[in-house]
Design a binder for this molecule. Structure first.
Ligand code: ADP
Ligand code: MG
Length: 477
């Protein structure tokens, strides 16, 4: 007997057939399977997301009209999209979308555990959600406008702009942005995302760090839900993955990334990746992934030159409504050369010092602050410095530390000093021994071993050593 949904759908088709060209009818209507009729809602199953989008774009009016003719004015259409046709082990996975674009996932069981109806902040769950409701996880302050252009980033910035205008439709797919720390990879990658959202409101953008991606994958893998994980990512139009160098050693996650990459790329979706080195130098990442990373455009970010550093400082000051003498800006730009994060750090420290001490920002203050700030060129730390610090810490005299005493506290203080000297200085064991009243290198080895052993067994001792380590570390900055 003909089922109700078949009956309704066949009547619709009879009308559509007369209206739509034969070739189009074969392509877009024959593959549709009616699957349910509940009250006035007809659910039709379509082979893919793309198929659904095409119907919605080209035939939505026709579908609505014919359906209303059959079912009355309350008639509604729902789509069921085949996401995965399944096999003996896994049931087919489908996704339902109503006319309003509200999706729920289903693997044809009653309560698919991952279906929720709230907008989700966080893609850890495979949600039933409006496409639009996937939170893109972008920081709105990272825009092109706030990303100062200079020789160091011109190509990457322009490529990013082009991609944002036509996501998925340029040859820059994937767009790989690479460069050292603090040079603007995250900022630029997110700027592309924010710009896509501004220009193409219907596109689903998602930013994710590689670490988060890997963690999510591992969670889903533990729960036997890898398919859900992959399907979720396949919904994204513009996928931004930050710091892909962290995929090294995450072998299984690389497989998932490979599947997602291929699907998105084939469906004309945009991928944007960032990395701390050019794709060819990424170690521990599968060759098949690397070769795909090279399909599009790899653009690097370099350290900004003096002029660009000035521009960046001025931009930040303008954004924050700050003013300071030109000579101070020049002084900072001249002295902080490593990267932009440090540049910002210097500016923030200077502001903090100025408001803390209720003092105008001038060159003097800048010199003072920067002296403390230029931590990157770590100071050479000497054995003597460490000896002094340990003596102070345990309240023993310097002479005692060197003497041949067997008093436990002194012996331990001496051993710790040797241990720290080994870690923090480049001196040989022999030299270290010489600094302790001419002991030989085997004593130093023995001391270091004793400290390590005690740290494993004695928590009080361990705390002291760690505290001291931190002190020395600070002194070395
Ligand atoms: P990375 O991800 O490469 O380590 P980030 O994108 O986090 O670097 O950038 C570090 C800081 O420098 C951020 O606060 C960012 O806004 C800023 N920054 C980087 N490049 C620029 C630029 N061209 N113009 C303005 N600010 C920048
Ligand atoms: Mg970053």
């Amino acid at each position: 007997m003909e089922k109700a949904h078949d009956k309704v759908w066949n009547s619709c088709l009879a009308i559509i057939k007369d209206i739509v060209e034969w070739q189009h009818f074969k392509t877009w209507f024959e593959p549709i399977k009616p699957v349910a009729l509940k009250e006035k809602i007809l659910t039709i199953q379509v082979p893919s997301q793309f198929f659904y989008e095409y119907l919605e774009e080209h035939y939505v009016n026709l579908l609505a009209k014919t359906l209303k003719r059959e079912l009355g004015k309350d008639a509604r259409l729902e789509y069921r999209i085949m996401v995965d046709s399944g096999n003996e082990k896994n049931k087919p996975l489908t996704m339902d979308i109503s006319g309003h674009g509200i999706k729920t996932f289903s693997n044809n069981e009653m309560d698919f555990p991952l279906v929720i109806n709230n907008p989700v902040k966080n893609p850890f769950v495979i949600p039933g959600l409006r496409k639009m409701q996937i939170d893109s996880q972008l920081n709105p302050i990272y825009t092109f406008d706030s990303f100062v252009e200079g020789d160091c980033n011109r190509v990457a910035r322009r490529a990013g702009k082009t991609v944002a205008e036509k996501p998925g439709a340029t040859s820059f797919n994937p767009l790989v942005i690479y460069g050292g720390v603090g040079l603007g990879k995250t900022h630029l990658a997110q700027a592309v995302g924010n710009e896509v959202k501004r220009l193409h409101q219907n596109k689903v953008v998602l930013y994710v760090s590689s670490e988060k991606f890997i963690n999510q994958f591992q969670d889903h893998s533990r729960n036997n839900a890898i398919n859900d994980f992959i399907h979720f990512y396949q919904l994204i139009d513009v996928l931004i993955i930050d710091d892909v160098q962290f995929f090294n050693r995450a072998e299984k996650s690389q497989d998932a990334l490979f599947a997602i990459f291929n699907h998105l790329h084939q469906s004309g979706k945009q991928l944007i990746l960032s990395s701390d080195k050019p794709p060819k130098d990424l170690e521990g990442v599968q060759e098949r992934l690397l070769s795909r990373f090279r399909w599009g455009l790899s653009a690097d970010l370099q350290t900004p030159d003096y002029e660009t550093r000035i521009d960046i400082l001025e931009k930040k000051m303008k954004n924050d409504g700050l003013e300071m003498p030109r000579e101070v800006v020049k002084y900072i730009a001249y002295n902080i050369q490593s990267n932009i994060r440090e540049l910002e750090g210097a500016l923030i420290s200077l502001l903090a010092q100025s408001s803390l001490n209720k003092r105008e920002i001038d060159l003097d203050l800048a010199k003072k602050v920067l002296r403390n700030f230029v931590k990157t060129s770590s100071k050479e730390i000497t054995i003597e410095t460490i000896q002094k610090m340990v003596c102070e810490f345990f309240d023993v005299s310097y002479d005692k530390l060197l003497q041949k005493t067997r008093k436990r506290e002194i012996v331990q203080a001496r051993q710790i000093t040797m241990y720290l000297a080994k870690i923090f200085t480049k001196n040989s064991l022999k030299t270290i021994g010489e600094h302790f009243g001419g002991r030989d290198h085997t004593t130093v080895i023995h001391s270091c071993q004793t400290v390590k052993d005690l740290m494993d067994t004695d928590s009080l001792f361990r705390e002291s050593v760690i505290e001291l380590q931190q002190k020395v570390q600070l002194a070395a900055m």
